[in-house]
Design a protein around this ligand. Structure first.
Ligand code: SF4
Length: 676
């Protein structure tokens, strides 16, 4: 094993134990299973059965249903019988929080139960308590006493179990000792896992979810390492990003978290949590999983070219790669966005609107959005209009020679071209490097321009394992103490808008989460670009952000900024943490999320949680700045951080009250634009 996976530079799945869930096998190199969770009231049998069937027909291999109390747990039998009567044998999972009694009933009925170790025994009071070692041991004994009966029932009935830790709902005990950290998440699950193993019960899957992909990825990696260190084996992993939201942002966040781990061969089943109907999650899961079909699925530990390499970064905590800056790229600068406009047939001032720059002829002013690209790549084209002040242009070397304003235009070379060129910019030279997949010694002409203060590296790979190839180049740069900033170049030749989003998010997100990348440039092959559907009719969801007329350049620009936002490397917009909803939900989450987004989406950097119920919502909303939480039929409770500030507000005026709360806390601004 390398640190936490089989291989950091090839796609090789991690060997995990096999788990049986009804008639479904999971782990041990079985296909990555796809699952979702119903949003209906569990007591509404027909609605739950009908929704489960829609999910199954969309491709769900497991369906989870909430069981908040004994009566819902008992109703699972009626739901299961009705599904079987209608010919559906898909395994069902009971979702349990706070109620061991419900778990013990459900475990006798359905094929799998999910318990949250943060609240199965402990009741959360958000209190910081000092525990002595003796107190702590006593607490573990209390957990053992309460959890063991469920383990015994699962063992007797052949029921599988997921020990599902959530970043936002760690117990006060874990929080007091480990804080709100990946270590705390791992330890929370390990306490339960040790008890289960003590009973020789192994039909277990684990998850480490968070709405922050960075935390989530680190927690899963640490969990794998911890299991191997302690047991010498690993249980299957259920991957997911919680409260990912909806639309593009939800898909991008999910793909970054889930995709980063799948790239490393971690993950046996996935759920994409969207604030949308659950059957809409399934195509996204399929798009994520199909990327690994036909990839290397080596099942033995064979020697590989990377076995000897040293890892000069830590995959268990975020630390940005050490670079110097070239103009506004690298060092302390946020990652830049380079918009590839080289495929445009004609180039007028209008085209810049798609990447965040609007020109007003009457006032002769530019309006620059928070999500305006920093550079444009125009290939062989010089622009025949004055540029907005902050925008710079990258062109091919021969075109650059013709540009009058060398403070606005910069050349891009391939590596040999740069080494042999008689002319170079004094300020910024972009140098393309193809990162080869299987030859660790081939670094092209890197040594000729390493640490040249004018060079920004542009790293790409056409290999099947492109992310790993670029990562290996970063490792080489770090090991050789080469500090030039580097831009990630990611091209796609997938077909649909969702496939492009997932590809970009996985390839770029996985590197950014490890502190690699001082900018991104997302592109498409010419064929893909030409066939891109401007109306996004291939999309299986409606865009809450940009409407249906989003063109390819705008789509790519939005995606680039969303990836940076989701990796928390550059914040340019409001962040929404909205739960996917379930049988506990007390209002229409999709409609409410859209309304809140409609009035707050200009509040750059503010994190707003929209949670369906007060039982789990406050715990699950993690690091949100403000929370909008259902607290009863027609009632909303508003939070600032974890603190209740307005209780039981009538839902008709709750969005207005949220805006008032934002105003009272000085985070509200009127729609704001920068004028050049
Ligand atoms: S926070 Fe949302 S998904 Fe979680 S239990 Fe409550 S309603 Fe269900």
């Amino acid at each position: 094993m390398q640190f936490y996976c089989e291989n950091l530079i090839e796609h090789k799945r991690l060997a995990t134990k096999e788990v049986k869930i009804g008639n479904l096998y999971l782990g041990n190199f079985h296909p990555i299973r796809i699952q979702t969770m119903t949003t209906t009231d569990t007591m509404d049998t027909l609605a739950t059965v009908d929704q489960s069937i829609r999910c199954i027909e969309a491709g769900a291999e497991l369906v989870r249903i909430t069981a908040p109390s004994k009566k819902e747990a008992e109703n699972l039998l009626i739901i299961k019988n009705e599904l079987r009567r209608r010919g559906y044998s898909t395994p069902l999972v009971a979702d349990i929080h706070f109620t061991p009694n419900a778990a013990e009933i459900a475990a006798r009925i359905v094929e799998k139960v999910r318990v949250n170790p943060g609240n199965y025994v402990d009741k959360k009071k958000f209190e910081l308590i000092e525990y002595s070692d003796a107190d702590y041991v006593e607490e573990i004994e209390r957990i053992q006493e309460r959890f063991t009966p469920l383990v015994k029932i699962c063992k007797e009935y052949g029921t599988a179990m997921r020990i599902g830790t959530n970043h936002g709902s760690l117990s006060d005990r874990i929080m007091s000792r480990y804080g709100d950290t990946p270590i705390g998440m791992v330890e929370s699950a390990m306490e339960f896992l040790r008890i289960a193993r003590g009973e020789q019960y192994h039909n277990i899957v684990l998850s480490m979810k968070s709405s922050n992909p960075q935390v989530m990825v680190q927690a899963y990696r640490l969990l794998v390492k911890t299991m191997f260190d302690e047991f010498g084996e690993c249980y299957p992993l259920h991957l997911g990003v919680t409260e990912a939201g909806d639309g593009e942002d939800g898909r991008i966040k999910s793909a970054i978290g889930i995709g980063t781990l799948l790239e490393d061969g971690l993950g046996d089943t996935i759920r994409v949590s969207l604030t949308e109907d659950p059957e809409l999650e399934i195509p996204v899961c399929k798009d994520i999983v199909k990327r690994y079909e036909g990839r290397n699925q080596v099942t033995e530990n064979t020697p590989h070219p990377g076995s000897a390499f040293q890892l000069p970064y830590t995959p268990l905590e975020y630390k940005r790669r050490n670079t110097f800056s070239v103009s506004n790229i690298g060092e302390h600068h946020v990652p830049v966005v380079i918009a590839d406009l080289s495929k445009l047939q004609e180039f007028t001032i209008k085209e810049l609107e798609s990447i965040g720059y609007s020109y007003d002829v009457v006032t002769d002013k530019w309006t620059i959005a928070d999500t305006a690209a920093d550079y444009v790549f125009t290939g062989h084209n010089l622009l025949n209009f004055p540029l907005p002040g902050t925008l710079k242009v990258i062109v091919y070397p021969a075109t650059w020679l013709l540009a009058e304003d060398k403070t606005k235009y910069f050349p891009i070379f391939d590596d040999i071209g740069f080494v042999k060129s008689d002319f170079k910019s004094n300020d910024i030279n972009f140098v393309m490097m193809d990162c080869f997949s299987d030859d660790t010694s081939n670094l092209g002409y890197l040594d000729s321009f390493a640490n040249d203060p004018s060079v920004v590296l542009c790293l790409s790979s056409t290999s099947q394992n492109a992310m790993q190839s670029v990562r290996r180049m970063f490792v080489q740069l770090m090991n050789r103490d080469i500090k030039n900033p580097a831009v990630l170049i990611v091209d796609t030749n997938w077909q649909t808008a969702d496939e492009h989003l997932i590809h970009y998010a996985t390839e770029a997100g996985a590197l950014l989460l490890d502190g690699m990348g001082d900018g991104i440039c997302l592109g498409m092959t010419l064929e893909t670009y030409s066939s891109f559907d401007n109306n996004l009719s291939g999309r299986r969801y409606s865009s809450p952000i940009s409407g249906s007329q989003m063109g390819v350049e705008q789509f790519i620009n939005n995606t680039a900024f969303s990836i940076l936002q989701a990796t928390r490397t550059r914040i340019s917009k409001t962040e929404y943490i909205s739960c996917p909803s379930c049988g506990r939900t007390l209002f229409d989450l999709q409609e409410t999320t859209a309304r809140i987004r409609g009035v707050t989406n200009h509040l750059k950097g503010v994190k707003i949680a929209i949670m369906g119920c007060i039982v789990n919502g406050p715990g699950e909303m993690a690091d949100a700045d403000f929370g909008y939480v259902g607290s009863g039929p027609g009632k909303i409770t508003l939070y600032k951080g974890k603190e209740i500030v307005k209780r039981n507000v009538p839902s008709e005026i709750a969005v207005e009250e949220l805006v008032n709360l934002l105003k009272e806390n000085n985070v509200w601004i009127e729609q704001q634009v920068l004028i050049n």
